[in-house]
Structures are given as structure tokens and as C-alpha cells.
Design a protein around this ligand. Structure first.
Ligand code: PEP
Ligand code: MG
Length: 757
């Protein structure tokens, strides 16, 4: 009953607002009328509207109830006072005793000291806060949720008024940063490596909603249903098209989308907004802005990512409602060298853009496991996430350098910096050409030792790197990647198809399939486990699959089926003790038996390996080497556990160096032990792909390295320029040094001996 009453109130208010908006007059006059109307409707003594001006200042533009002399005089910085707080956090604030709030900032010129309660909502447009709408009452009262909703709906109408560029000019509106014309350097997190230089394009819904208020909710719901249908049709078309052009992961991502498009709770919220008097497009827009605001408050990474996905769908639906079905914005006349700037981006939104025009992407939010990051990696678009204030600091048409490798963004860079990057890009292009030319050349050192260079893969597109680089095989296939990009656990049949596909593509070259290595930072959308204090030391990888053997059995079954009649390599990650390996191998034996019972031919050869990631395992080397056909060192996790340093914590992840006497001694010991037993040993962590680190690995005795495809070229160049005996002699003097790192020593060796690093 109450909600219905609330809807009626806001419908009445919206009707009146529409009349005011349609009545003509200047924008300022209309705004003055609007605040008066809201105050009357909400039985409040005060209603004020603040508008964001250049330099992140909120200026009082209109008020009913505060002293009129304060209009255009009272200004608050973002973050200052309650109004500034609402803008800074882009969230609604309702307080029965505003003055006792720690952020309350008293402004004597307004005469507001007599008002006790306050409710304020951000005025948001295109993901940016462009103003704040505030209602105040003398009495100390609690505002209801309906009132908050009503105010948020009104704020949407005001967003159009402010955003139309009449109250303050469009230029000022665009340059919400006071230092707009100065060069700025922003930092973020690398989501996909590489460097991109181009012109900033704000990814924001550029749809102008002309009709906000509607008389007939039923008609609007009908329009919503039609748009929903059209959107689903379009998504289906996209599935088809993407399937032909790209690997299966894209299809999985889009499937997830279709699931969200049918989310009942979301549709219910849009219907509710229509009931309150909005048109279908305005209702979608409102839910869309609400989602953005809620997203800022959600800390659970999984939930945040799902909300991002929903937002993408909202944008798309909006496009269908106003007849721009390509997506939220017109993507037609995109500059040829576009750097896309956004708060966040959905995978289908990314696919809307012409890939050939995208040089880089900057997001204010984002994490490496987001679908869009997985997709950008597959499409090789440099991407930086968590770039704080990117939307405020970057304007449309700014020149931007996105140096994702170093997680930095130069906005409006000086000519010097631009020249430096242009030069480095040229060198990069030349190097790439040189690496491509090396494809056919063997990875053999100057002194004649042969080195096996292999690629790490996880997406289908990674597998194409085998051809591009001429690598010897896939040294690490991270099977969790396809698990992560699907809405539900792939079954045995799906997995079998996937693994067969990879084996087919690899042809004669071996593929080392690592069993599911989830947990820690690699979360599966459909597996919920309790949060842990130390997830990197927690329930992850084979600890999970040993506890849930059915998952492992299904995966092994699929691998054995895919490998029927072919060479199969299976590798177990995160093994901490030989007893675990024995358990894993006995599960594998069960599956081999199962396969035989089913009459399926076994693999022509089955090689079983383990990853050396947990140092304790190194103290069982003789027993371990007796049990495996090969070993691979996961140097990322190994370093994490050797130094007790969280690899995902930016504050300390660089504190220790893998090129330290301790780590190198450990690796040498491993290499010698494996060599003595004739067990093939490789390294598949990140260090294998960095030329200087890879040189050190050869120096300690490794002869097989696995890395991401683009790193093969630089590492091969290093291998072919190295004389190994000289390095071994040099390194003999390094292992016992009491140093933190011997990186500099190794660098000098490389420079002195002409090793290409
Ligand atoms: C490693 O730990 O070095 C490794 C290769 O595995 P991941 O990075 O997938 O944990
Ligand atoms: Mg690992």
C-alpha cells in the first residue's frame, strides 16, 4: 500500500515537473521553479540545487528556503560538507540530525543553522556527478525510502537540465577539473599489457532521453517488453557472429549476458520506476544510475563484477528503447586512434567498438578477473583499471598515453613525453618485426645449447600464438581460464570438446594441461566459498580438488577422452607433499580404469607432472622425482612462499627479487637434482618470460621455459646471443653473496657480453 502511495506522490510531482520543463523560460528560471515545487511537494522548508563547476566546486544554483543571497555565492569543494560528501561518494545521504554529522560544514551566508534534518541525492549524468539536490527540514525527521526514491527520480530530470549546457556552458561541463588543460599523470593497475597512444573518447551513454515522464505505465511496460525482445534478438545475432570470428570464450561471456538480461529482480526494479511515472527509457536510465551508485558501495568483488554486467545490459536496453540499438553510444565516427575512458565497461560494449580503432582502454574500476579484462587480453588491447578519477581528469579529445606495462596514464602529455613514447613505439614495432623474422630460427645459444621455449595459454586465442611464435609447445595450459569465463561449471562433454580442440590446434606440439588451479585470486563465478584471511595460503588448487574429487575426476575424464590415442601431459599444481601427489595419481588411475571399462582407447602416452610451487616439496625431491615424468617450477607462487610475500599485494609484491641468491640457489638445486634423475624440468612463472631473468634461469641449469606468446621473441633473442659457459662461470660467484638481489650484476654481465636483454 505504502509503495503505491509513494508512487502516486512521485508521479504527481513528475507530472508537475514536466509542465515546468515544458513551460519555457531560461534554465535558471526553470531550476528556480523546480526547487520550489519539490519543497512544496515534500513538505520541506528547504530545497536546494548545487551544480558542479570547473575545479570540482559545487555551487548553490537555486534554493527555496535558504537565503537567496547565498545563490551563486555558496560553494563547496567535492568532499567538503554534506553536499560535498554526497558528490564525492555519489550516494544518497539522509540524516535526521545533520549538524551532528562529522562532515557538516556550516555556511553562515545560507542561514541554514535552523534546519536539522537533511536528505541529499547526487545528480548523475554519464557516470559523473554533476550536481547535488538537497532537501532540509526544521524538525528532526527520518526521511522514508519512498522520499529518497522520489528525490533520486527528480535528480534524473535535473541531470538533463544541467547537462543540456544552458546553466553552465558545455565546455565547463566537460572540464570538471580545474587543471583541465595541464598535463596529468594517473596511476592504475595493469589489466592488459602494452602501450597505446590516442585521443580520449568518453564511453558514456550519449543517448538523449527526450521524454522522461509518461502518463500510461502500461504502455511503457509494453515498450519495455518489446525492447527486451529486440535486445535478446540482437544478442543472439551477436552470439552467432562472434562464434564465427572468435574463440569459444566470447560465446561464454555473451551467454552470461543473456542470463542477466533475463534477471527478474532487475526487471522488477525497472517496472517499479515506470509505476512511479517515468517513461520506459527514463526508468532504465534510473536503474542504470542506481546500479552505478550501488556499485561504488559494494566491496565484494564477485558482486561488483555481476553489477557491471547488469549495467552493460541496461545500456544496451536503453539503446533499443530510443532506437539506437548498436549500444549506448554512437560508435560510428570513432577516431582511428581511440583511447576509451570509462568508469567500467561490459564485454558486449567492448565488442560494439571497432577493434581496429581502439588503442587502449582506461577504466576507473576493474579487476583482472573481470570478463572485459579477459576479453581485452584476448583482443590484445592495453588496458588499465582502477585509474582513480580518470573520468574527472580526462576530457573528450585529450591526447592520452596509456602505458599499461607500467600502469601509468599520461593525459595531455608534453611534446617531450609524446616524442619519447613515439620513439619507443617505433622501437617496439621494429623489435616485433625482428622477433617475427626470428620465428624460424632455432632457440640455440651461441655456445650451442638448445633451449625449449614454450607458451603459456588459457584462452583459445592464446593457442594461436603457437603458430605466430613457432614455440615448441604449450608448457602450461591454465585450465581454470575457461572455467572462469563460463556461467556454470563446464561438464565432461564440454571439457572434452575444449581440450580436444586445443590438442588439434597444437598438432604435433605437446600441451601440458594443468588441472584446475582455482582459489586465491582466481574465483569461479559459480563456486562460493567462505572468505579466508589468507586466501593465497588457503583452500585453493589441488586442496579444493582433493576435497571435491568429483570435479577432478570429471576433468581427468575429459582430458583422457580428449587425449585418447594421442600424447597427453597432465600436471598437478600447488603440490605441497608427495602424499598429495600419490592421492592425485590414484584418482588419475581410477579414471584410466574407468576409461578402459568404457572401451575408450587410452592416450598413446600419458606423462604426469607436478608443479614446484610450495617449497616443502623440495625437501622430498628423491621421492618426488621417482613419481613424476616431468616437473615445472611455478616461480610466481614459489617466490610468494619462499619469501612469505603476497604476490597480489602491490605494497610488498616487489619487496624481494627472484634474482636473489636465495631464489637462484633454490632453482640451481632443483635443476641439478632433476638433471641427475633425467627428469625434464621447466619454469612457467612470469620470470621465464623476462629476458634477463630467463638468462639467469639458463645460468642455473634450466633448459625449458614457458611464457606468454609475445615474450617468446625477446627471450629467443636473448638465448641466441648468450654464451652459456661464460655465464655459468660468472654466476658461480653470485650464489653465496649476502645480497638482496644480484639483478644488477646479471645486467652488467649481459651488457658486457652482448646478451640481448
Ligand atoms: C606460478 O605460480 O608461477 C604459475 C605459473 O601459476 P599461476 O601464476 O597460474 O599461479
Ligand atoms: Mg601458481
Amino acid at each position: 500500500m505504502q509503495a503505491a502511495a509513494g508512487s502516486t506522490v512521485s508521479r504527481r510531482l513528475l507530472g508537475r515537473l514536466r509542465d515546468v520543463m515544458a513551460a519555457g523560460g531560461s534554465a535558471q528560471e526553470r531550476l528556480d521553479k523546480v526547487v520550489k515545487l519539490i519543497a512544496a511537494d515534500m513538505v520541506a522548508e528547504v530545497c536546494s540545487c548545487y551544480v558542479m563547476r570547473a575545479g570540482e566546486v559545487l555551487e548553490l544554483f537555486a534554493t527555496e528556503g535558504l537565503l537567496k543571497t547565498a545563490v551563486h555565492e555558496t560553494r563547496l569543494r567535492v568532499g567538503e560538507g554534506l553536499v560535498g560528501d554526497i558528490a564525492a561518494h555519489a550516494r544518497t545521504l539522509a540524516l535526521s540530525d545533520a549538524q551532528s554529522h562529522p562532515n557538516f560544514a556550516y555556511r553562515p551566508e545560507t542561514g541554514e543553522e535552523i534546519f536539522h534534518s537533511l536528505i541529499g541525492v547526487p545528480i548523475v549524468r554519464g557516470g559523473r556527478v554533476i550536481g547535488v539536490l538537497v532537501v532540509q527540514n526544521k524538525s528532526s525527521r527520518n526521511y522514508t525510502e519512498e522520499e529518497a526514491e522520489t528525490l533520486e527520480t527528480v535528480a534524473m530530470v535535473l541531470a538533463e537540465l544541467v547537462g543540456a549546457g544552458e546553466l553552465i556552458g558545455r565546455d565547463e561541463l566537460a572540464s570538471v577539473d580545474g587543471n583541465a588543460l595541464l598535463p596529468v599523470r594517473l596511476e592504475g593497475t595493469k589489466l592488459t599489457g602494452g602501450v597505446g597512444v590516442g585521443i580520449a573518447v568518453m564511453h558514456e551513454p550519449q543517448i538523449v532521453i527526450e521524454r522522461l515522464v509518461a502518463e500510461d505505465p502500461d504502455h511503457e511496460k509494453e515498450r519495455l517488453r518489446d525492447a527486451m525482445k529486440a535486445m535478446r534478438r540482437k544478442l543472439d545475432e551477436m552470439f552467432e557472429a562472434q562464434d564465427l570470428a572468435m574463440g569459444g570464450e566470447h560465446r561464454d561471456l555473451l551467454e552470461t549476458y543473456r542470463m542477466f538480461a533475463e534477471d527478474a529482480g532487475w526487471m522488477a526494479r525497472i517496472s517499479e520506476a515506470i509505476n512511479s511515472g517515468l517513461t520506459a527509457e527514463a526508468a532504465v536510465q534510473k536503474v542504470h544510475e542506481d546500479t552505478r551508485v550501488r556499485m561504488a558501495q559494494v566491496t565484494d568483488p564477485y558482486l561488483r563484477e555481476r553489477l557491471h554486467d547488469l549495467e552493460d545490459i541496461a545500456n544496451r536496453l536503453l539503446g533499443h528503447l530510443v532506437g539506437k540499438e548498436g549500444g549506448s553510444a554512437s560508435r560510428g565516427d570513432l577516431p582511428e586512434n581511440t583511447v576509451l575512458v570509462c568508469r567500467t565497461l561490459g564485454p558486449t560494449e567492448l565488442l560494439d567498438y571497432d577493434r581496429s580503432h581502439l588503442r587502449a582502454i582506461v577504466m576507473e574500476e576493474g579487476s583482472p578477473t573481470m570478463h572485459v579484462a579477459i576479453l581485452a587480453r584476448a583482443l590484445d588491447i592495453p588496458m588499465i583499471g582502477r585509474a582513480q578519477d580518470a573520468l574527472r581528469r580526462i576530457n573528450n579529445n585529450d591526447t592520452v598515453i596509456v602505458d599499461a606495462d607500467n600502469a601509468q596514464i599520461f593525459v595531455r602529455p608534453s611534446d617531450d613525453i609524446l616524442d619519447a613514447y613515439a620513439a619507443s613505439q617505433l622501437i617496439r614495432a621494429q623489435k616485433l618485426a625482428a622477433y617475427a623474422a626470428m620465428r624460424e630460427l632455432p632457440a640455440v645459444t651461441r655456445s650451442g645449447e638448445s633451449v625449449r621455449l614454450m607458451i603459456n595459454a588459457g584462452l583459445l586465442v592464446d593457442v594461436t600464438q603457437l603458430e605466430v611464435t613457432g614455440a615448441a609447445g604449450i608448457g602450461l595450459y591454465r585450465t581454470e581460464m575457461p572455467f572462469m569465463s563460463q556461467p556454470r561449471m563446464p561438464d565432461v562433454a564440454n571439457q572434452t570438446v575444449l581440450y580436444s580442440n586445443i590438442l588439434d590446434q597444437a598438432g604435433d606440439r605437446p600441451v601440458v594441461f594443468r588441472t584446475l588451479d582455482v582459489g586465491s585470486d582466481k574465483l569461479l563465478p559459480y563456486w562460493h566459498s567462505d572468505p579466508e584471511d589468507n586466501p593465497a595460503l588457503g583452500w585453493r588448487s589441488i586442496r579444493i580438488t582433493l576435497d571435491r574429487p568429483a570435479v577432478l575426476r570429471h576433468q581427468l575424464r575429459a582430458l583422457l577422452r580428449a587425449g585418447s590415442g594421442r600424447d597427453l601431459h597432465v600436471m598437478f599444481p600447488m603440490v605441497a607433499e608427495v602424499a598429495e601427489l600419490d592421492r592425485l595419481k590414484s584418482i588419475l588411475a581410477l579414471e584410466q580404469q574407468h576409461q578402459a571399462n568404457q572401451g575408450v582407447a587410452p592416450p598413446s602416452s600419458l606423462k604426469v607432472g607436478a608443479m614446484m610451487e610450495v617449497p616443502a616439496l623440495a625437501w622430498q625431491l628423491p621421492a618426488l622425482l621417482d613419481r613424476v615424468d616431468f616437473l615445472s617450477i611455478g616461480s610466481n607462487d614459489l617466490a610468494q612462499f619462499l619469501f612469505a610475500v603476497d604476490r597480489g599485494n602491490p605494497r610488498i609484491s616487489d619487496r624481494y627479487d627472484v634474482l636473489s641468491p636465495a631464489m637462484l640457489s633454490f632453482l640451481r638445486m632443483m635443476a641439478q637434482a632433476a638433471d641427475a634423475k633425467g627428469v625434464p624440468l621447466s619454469v612457467c612463472g612470469e620470470m621465464a618470460g623476462r629476458p634477463l631473468d630467463a638468462m639467469a634461469l639458463l645460468g642455473v641449469g634450466l633448459r625449458a621455459l614457458s611464457m606468454s606468446g609475445p615474450q617468446i621473441g625477446p627471450v629467443k633473442a636473448m638465448v641466441r646471443s648468450l654464451s652459456l659457459p661464460a655465464l655459468e662461470t660468472y654466476m658461480a660467484g653470485l650464489y653465496d653473496l649476502p645480497s638482496h638481489s644480484v639483478r644488477e650484476e646479471l645486467r652488467h654481465f649481459a651488457i658486457d657480453h652482448g646478451v640481448v636483454i
